[in-house]
Design a protein around this ligand. Structure first.
Ligand code: IMP
Length: 419
């Protein structure tokens, strides 16, 4: 099981890609095209939205019931993979996954516009409204696409309500039933070969002793229940979300790899204690190419936050950590690392504050570690890292009491050093 241990964009795609080689199945269990995994393989860059990273190794790829799917985006992605010579024959999609409909996109945009200064900063891919309708039991599932009568009926019921919202609340154009129903019936033909009982499929694979990799999307602090609400996504991003989203028991997960950058980034709004206040933020952004995969937005950059990472280790039961993008820190003489938060009443804590106001107002307390000031691109093994870089990694391990088993030193596949 691989999870993002920060606010997303930790470089999970690369770690999943690495481990996918030795897996039989690679599964996504939450989120939708708001997740963007960038993988550089054989000099080519792949930006994945829906598809698990295992697609690049020709593995069986599962998109579970806990995901939400935009059929247009999904089909485009399948077509692109085929165009680039990758087979999509082993992609499997749960019929229970929910479909992102055009009104979800329109409502996501309208709602953000309406919130103005209070906006969440969503990816505008319709994620929140789709999960909201799922919980309201108004959602349309992938399996509904295959029954034109049911589909039309469900679209009609939904549109009767959504169009009122769109027109009256958001001042947006209403959506036409006919055009929409026809378009989605068309999607059904293209999607049919991929539909499977993915819970059963994963269960069988595990029973047969095959190796299954779960690929978490987004990050721990974007989790709907335990993240920095309301600046979160609308699904369960934690390791615990995998059994629920796929439909297997929690006892089937035997190890959880947390992926964290050697610093922190965040896109969208919301509190961020270690956000860098000097020009160094811009330097980290440039050196780390910190611009969103899905939206192209600038990512906010901060120093490593071990309070938040300790929280992620707890929430996910992380058994080992992959620390990515260590090379970006080569540019700095000194590296502040946040080990505690100072709360408004002056007390200090090394645990993540359970109350949002404490988190919103806390100040980071830093320990400053020495930088190594040399590029890492020629380092071929973890033992050959400069002493200060090794000390940085060991400091993280010591503070969290979790072993760091992989260190990332660049975007390419081979730039992940095993420890
Ligand atoms: P939504 O998931 O589009 O509703 O966006 C909700 C919040 O989660 C926003 O702050 C997004 O920027 C953030 N978010 C969603 N997915 C990702 C991701 O994959 N990486 C980083 N941030 C994300």
């Amino acid at each position: 099981m691989i999870v993002g241990a920060q606010w997303g964009d930790e470089g999970k795609g690369k770690i999943v890609d690495l481990l996918a080689q030795d897996s039989d199945l690679v599964c996504r269990y939450n989120g939708g095209p708001n997740a963007g995994h960038t993988i550089v393989a054989d000099g080519q860059t792949y930006k994945l939205r829906h598809l698990p990273s295992g697609i690049l190794w020709g593995k069986e790829c599962v998109i579970g019931a806990g995901c939400v799917v935009d059929p247009g985006v999904f089909i485009e992605e399948l077509d692109e993979m085929e165009r680039r010579g990758l087979s999509t024959e082993l992609v499997r999609l749960s019929g229970n996954a929910h479909v992102i409909m055009p009104w979800h996109l329109a409502i996501d945009r309208g709602s953000e516009r309406r919130l103005g200064r209070l906006k969440i900063g969503t990816t505008r891919r319709g994620i929140g409204p789709t999960y909201a309708d799922k919980a309201m039991r108004l959602g349309i599932r992938v399996q509904d696409l295959f029954d034109p009568k049911i589909l039309r009926q469900k679209i009609e019921v939904a549109l009767a309500e959504k169009n009122v919202w769109l027109e009256r609340v958001y001042g947006a154009e209403p959506i036409e039933l006919e055009e929409l129903a026809e378009g989605h019936e068309g999607y059904a033909q293209r999607l049919r070969p991929f539909i499977a009982d993915t819970s059963l499929l994963v269960d069988r694979a595990l029973r047969d002793g095959r190796s299954v990799l779960f690929e978490g999307a987004h990050g721990t602090l974007l989790d709907l229940d335990h993240g920095t609400y309301p600046f979160v996504t609308s699904s369960s991003t934690l390791a615990g979300g995998a059994p629920a989203g796929i439909g297997i028991g929690p006892t089937r997960i035997d190890s959880v790899i947390g992926v964290a950058k050697a610093y922190v980034t965040r896109v969208g709004e919301g509190p961020f204690p270690t956000e860098i206040e000097s020009d160094d933020q811009e330097r980290v952004r440039e050196l780390g190419a910190e611009f969103g995969t899905v939206t192209g937005r600038e990512r906010r950059c901060g120093w490593l936050d071990l309070v938040a990472l300790r929280y992620a280790a707890r929430l996910n039961g992380i058994t080992s950590l992959a620390l990515t993008k260590l090379d970006v820190l080569s540019a700095f003489d000194e590296l502040p690392v946040c080990t505690r938060y100072r709360l408004r009443d002056g007390t200090e804590t090394d645990e993540f504050p359970p109350h949002q106001s404490d988190f919103h107002h806390c100040r980071p307390v830093y320990e400053t570690l020495p930088g190594w000031r040399e590029p890492l691109d020629r380092v071929g093994e973890a033992a050959a890292l400069p002493g200060a870089a090794r000390a940085y990694v060991e400091f993280v391990e010591g503070e969290l009491d979790v072993p760091v088993t992989l260190v990332g030193t660049g975007a390419e596949r081979e730039r992940a050093l095993a420890r």
